[in-house]
Design a protein. Structure first.
Length: 682
């Protein structure tokens, strides 16, 4: 422990009571944070408090706010930190440079961008504007190459490729090979689109978000006078969430701190989970190599979770090889409950268990819903749970993805099922026909009125109607014939005693919707998986009517209660992807669908680096819990086109590698033979 004598402060003393406000680890950072410093702040260890007091300490010591740079990952965080600094100092801190990397970069570029050949009144493009310009560039390139735009990736896909390339400083070819291998044959074309996109931006004096970082770095690297001026200005630089920085951001900080060499970065390598956004964990892991004189501090006292939850988190993350070893230590006392490991027979049983336990927590144990969260690796893992929560009238909000049944592609598929069940369902019929070529409002109304007359007035079934009497353009006729063929095929399914709803779903997908999905969305493969999940879920229903009732009711169920004045009530639980839950906390947390191949994701299994990020994601999920933690997984589930046969699924390796003394195994009474449970738990 480094020692700091308070009387060494400028002036005759200090107005701030550091000793009673901070623990010894935090005090060490606040008092001894000069030079190159890496602060490894474990989950719930009070890193924000430490940063705030460090800034307050510098100002009280006589450093002008104008000479301090505080970089955060959201502008909201910057505002909160500066507000807390003002409260501690009881004075204004006008002049402090604070904000996100993009905010700081924009501030610098507004002063000096003319040195790079741009005018200072440049326009910043939002994501939508950027996509529009990429689309324009794509049109130029397709025309010059004699290609059809339909044969090329969508503008949003190309934009994401360009963005990742810029932020990771990797060539387009490398990004395509890693993230969009199906477009590898179009690498040269995408490269030309990027060149044209950059050209259009320069001509129109426009920058996208990624340009702010790249051009700021270019300015600092290529213009030594500007670099020296800014680096001389910033006597102290503090960076929050350093584990989430990309290579551009780390280099910008390096250059801005090149004169005074007072760079203090705070982060947790164990919570680096955003490589898909080009965040580079090597920035934090290699900080001591980048700065050979770096001091390393550790904040390991956890103010959030019980010792049992921390024991499990520590036990899991130690399996990562690429990390800084640290051990979270509990501070809080009180009732302590071991995390529960709960295997269930299938996804529906898992959803029912979670729903029932939430009801018990709320009604019997007095836990507010706002203190309960259910976390999952991928947004579609919550489909069964959303249905069960809606049946139980438990209000919830969902973070990290639209509610499952409100997603466009799921609503499209449900529309096919709805018209098969009731061909006069106008909303569903409109949705289906609008998906297909050659049908607009006028043609739709013509088809609808014809069908209405034949079915209602003449009492005919779809099979009995002679559609040759309906005059339509050729493309519209072909589209309608596809839909009619599907309806008639489904009628055959519905005549059977046991209705195969998964087959009805996959028929709609194979016969009609597959091509629509590829044309309509940028990520058809992921959405196809969602449709497979829908088919798996539908297997639990014996009739199409009951399935549609639950699906539609869930779609319409907003999960939020409102008081008489129309204000949303606060007692609402949260469903969230783990990525969206980072930085949040709840009294009770469920981490669900801990199945090998789902969590960790099967795509991560080939590389140690990817698998370790998945384990960090698991670590983030369990450290969101303050008092109670439930880890659940289904022993069997169905996915893909194997929906006709149920397969056994192994629990996540993240569960199997845990020591048995860090959790309590729960046995749930249900119909699944115990031998299967025992096989996977022993």
């Amino acid at each position: 422990m480094r020692k700091y004598i308070l009387s060494d402060l400028n002036n005759k003393g200090t107005k701030i009571d550091y000793i009673s406000s901070l623990n010894n680890q935090q005090l060490d950072v606040v008092f001894n944070g000069d030079g190159h410093c890496l602060v490894l702040a474990g989950a719930g260890s009070g890193k924000t408090r430490t940063l705030v007091y460090r800034v307050a300490f510098l100002i009280e010591k006589g450093i002008s706010p104008d000479n301090i740079l505080l970089v955060t990952f959201t502008n909201k965080a910057a505002r909160e930190m500066t507000s807390r600094c003002r409260e501690i100092l009881k004075s204004d801190i006008k002049g402090l440079w604070s904000g996100t990397f993009h905010h700081i970069a924009n501030k610098i570029l507004r002063m000096y961008i003319d040195r790079l050949g741009y005018r200072k009144n440049y326009v910043i493009l939002d994501e939508s504007d950027s996509q529009d310009l990429v689309k324009t560039a794509l049109g130029y390139v397709a025309k010059e190459a004699g290609m059809i735009k339909k044969d090329l990736p969508k503008a949003s896909v190309i934009q994401s490729i360009i963005s990742f390339s810029q932020n990771s400083q990797k060539p387009i070819s490398s990004v395509i090979r890693k993230l969009h291998s199906k477009f590898i044959h179009l690498t040269d074309v995408i490269g030309i689109v990027k060149y044209k996109y950059e050209q259009i931006k320069k001509e129109t004096n426009s920058l996208d978000y990624d340009d702010l970082l790249y051009l700021c770095l270019t300015l600092l690297r290529d213009h030594s006078d500007i670099r020296e001026k800014l680096a001389s200005k910033f006597r102290y630089i503090l960076v929050d969430e350093y584990q989430d920085t990309n290579i551009l951001q780390a280099d910008i900080i390096d250059l801005l701190g090149s004169v005074h060499k007072n760079i203090l970065v705070v982060g947790d390598d164990a919570q680096s989970i955003y490589s898909f956004r080009a965040a580079d964990i090597e920035n934090i892991l290699n900080f001591p190599k980048r700065y050979s004189d770096a001091k390393i501090f550790k904040l390991e006292k956890n103010y959030r979770s019980t010792r049992f939850i921390l024991n499990l988190a520590n036990n899991s993350i130690k399996n990562n090889r690429f990390n800084f070893p640290k051990e979270l230590q509990p501070v809080k006392n009180g009732v302590e409950i071991k995390p529960a490991l709960v295997p269930l027979s299938d996804p529906v049983s898992q959803a029912r268990f979670i729903t029932q336990r939430i009801e018990e927590l709320r009604s019997e144990e007095g836990v507010p819903l706002s203190e309960i969260s259910v976390l999952f690796r991928s947004a579609f893992h919550s489909v069964e749970l959303e249905v069960e929560l809606s049946k139980a009238d438990i209000p919830y909000i969902k973070r990290g993805g639209i509610r499952y049944f409100e997603q466009a592609h799921i609503k499209d598929i449900l529309a096919f099922l709805r018209i098969a069940h009731n061909p006069l369902d106008e909303v569903a019929l409109r949705r289906v026909l609008y998906l297909l070529s050659g049908i607009g409002e006028v043609t739709f109304l013509k088809i609808k009125e014809f069908m209405m007359y034949k079915i209602v007035k003449e009492g005919l079934s779809v099979e009995q109607i002679d559609f040759s009497g309906l005059t339509l353009p050729l493309r519209a006729r072909e589209s309608l014939d596809k839909v009619l063929k599907y309806i008639l095929k489904v009628q055959k399914y519905l005549e059977k005693e046991q209705v195969d709803i998964p087959a009805i779903i996959h028929t709609a997908y194979r016969d009609i919707y597959r091509s629509v999905l590829k044309d309509k969305f940028d990520n058809p493969d992921e959405r196809e998986m969602d449709i497979d999940v829908l088919a798996e879920f539908a297997k639990n229903y014996k009739s199409l009517e009951s399935f549609l009732s639950d699906a539609v009711l869930t779609e319409g169920y907003k999960g939020e209660r409102f008081d008489v004045d129309g204000e949303r009530e606060e007692d609402v639980m949260v469903l969230s992807t783990i990525h969206q839950a980072k930085g949040l906390e709840w009294k009770v947390v469920f981490v669900m669908h801990l199945v090998e191949g789902a969590f960790p994701h099967y795509r991560s299994l080939a590389r140690d680096e990817d698998l370790e990020e998945e384990r960090r994601l698991f670590y983030v999920s369990v450290t969101r819990a303050k008092e109670e933690l439930y880890l659940t997984y289904p022993i069997s589930y169905e996915a893909g086109y194997s929906y006709m046969s149920r397969v056994l699924s192994g629990p996540s390796r993240f569960l199997l590698e845990l020591s048995e003394n860090v959790y309590e195994k729960w046995e749930i009474e249900e119909d699944t033979p115990s031998s299967i449970l025992d096989f996977y738990l022993d």
